[in-house]
Design a protein around this ligand. Structure first.
Ligand code: ATP
Ligand code: MG
Length: 225
């Protein structure tokens, strides 16, 4: 079982959106996926209440119960577990990062979000520096150059790696979450689904092989724009 934690000290950056999108992308790729919701806001658990489909399994848990919850997921046959965490400072990001094969840090290309990266780095340090990537969310669909510049700032200023693809500003993300779905189900062959699939492939290659095909990822992101 591979575990991916989504953390960010900043609220509203797309953590839950990405957690759900990755889980459904995994299912579409033929994998058994589950989501553990460590956020007391329970965005993911409430999404599951609205959802017609059985998959993915969603468990709402306290951060202090993460280890036994992961064990249950593994015994249940989960191949990918995505952990969604709270935006405000609490124990959930640290616990999730501690037990993850891969940590994703969603961020919008805004100074107010970039300024929270040192706090995210602190959490990673306390968690033993797991493999972690910043993921830019909410860029304009054709902002490939802006995305590359933003990635360079993150690398140089904050010393963090960035995923080679980004998620664009698309209304389908909010429409999908409101109806217990993800973009995959509202528009199977759409651009948002393609973005999430590309991010899932990137994560899957990383957690399974320890490497990823950055250049191919860039090509896919550009073609999805
Ligand atoms: N790329 C995007 N384009 C358009 N809307 C988006 C995008 N990503 C997320 N959203 C919307 O932004 C809102 C906040 O996203 P989300 O709940 O995933 O953030 P979060 O980081 O989990 O927030 P919190 O810190 O409160 O848990 C949601 O309504 C979601 O649908
Ligand atoms: Mg959330």
């Amino acid at each position: 079982m591979k575990t991916i934690a989504i953390i960010s000290p900043k609220g509203g950056v797309g953590k839950s959106t990405i957690a759900l999108g990755l889980a459904v992308a995994a299912i579409k790729a033929g994998k058994i996926a589950a989501v553990i919701d460590l956020d007391p806001q329970a965005t993911v658990a409430k999404w599951k209440d609205r959802r017609a489909q059985d998959d993915p399994a969603v468990v709402s848990a306290q951060a202090s119960r993460l280890v036994p919850t992961l064990k249950v997921a593994e015994q249940g046959g989960a191949e990918f577990v995505i952990i969604d965490t709270a935006g405000r400072q609490d124990d959930s990001a640290l616990q999730a990062a501690r037990h993850a094969d891969l940590v994703l840090i969603p961020i919008r290309p805004k100074m107010a979000d970039l300024e929270t990266l040192p706090a995210a780095k602190d959490v990673l340090g306390m968690a033993g520096n797991p493999t972690a990537f910043v993921v830019f969310n909410w860029l304009k669909p054709n902002a490939v150059k802006q995305a590359e510049e933003a990635r360079e700032i993150v690398r140089q200023t904050f010393g963090l790696q960035c995923a080679p693809m980004h998620l664009s500003d698309r209304t389908i993300y909010a429409d999908a979450i409101a109806t217990g779905q993800t973009p995959h189900e509202l528009d199977t062959d759409g651009k948002a689904a393609a973005e999430l699939d590309a991010l899932f492939r990137f994560c899957s290659e990383l957690v399974n092989n320890g490497t990823c095909e950055h250049d191919k990822g860039n090509e896919r992101a550009a073609s999805a724009a």
